[in-house]
Design a binder for this molecule. Structure first.
Ligand code: FES
Length: 116
């Protein structure tokens, strides 16, 4: 593996991640400027808390209303209307504490959790 690829894998924290969170940046479910504010907050708080999570900006999660949408895997928890304040509660209660914030969940689909 080359050095750049190794650096990229390390930066993405793939080997140590326990979760992967996605935030839709709009433009149809929310104003991109509002999503950008939430994204900057997420980046800062994930770093400050040393949360073992990958984070990814999504351009559209195909719901296209009621955003910004935040999806948490592996649980498959979909939160709509996420603000920085709401993310802080999701961070404390769900991502750190392990208990999803039930009142803000629109749908849950834990990929790979169903028996086949
Ligand atoms: S633009 Fe956010 S879900 Fe489509």
């Amino acid at each position: 593996m080359n050095e750049a690829l190794n650096a990229g894998l390390k930066k993405a924290a793939i080997a140590t991640a326990e979760r992967h969170i996605f935030l839709c940046m709009g433009p149809d479910c929310c104003a991109p400027a509002d999503a950008e504010i939430v994204w900057e907050y997420i980046k800062r708080r994930v770093r400050e808390t040393s949360l073992r999570a990958m984070r990814t900006k999504a351009q559209c999660l195909r719901i296209c209303t009621g955003g910004p949408w935040l999806v948490v895997y592996p649980e498959g928890t979909w939160y709509g209307g996420v603000t920085s304040d709401r993310f802080e509660q999701i961070l404390q209660q769900h991502l750190i504490g392990g208990t999803p914030v039930a009142e803000w969940i629109t749908v849950t689909n834990c990929l790979g959790c169903r028996a086949t």
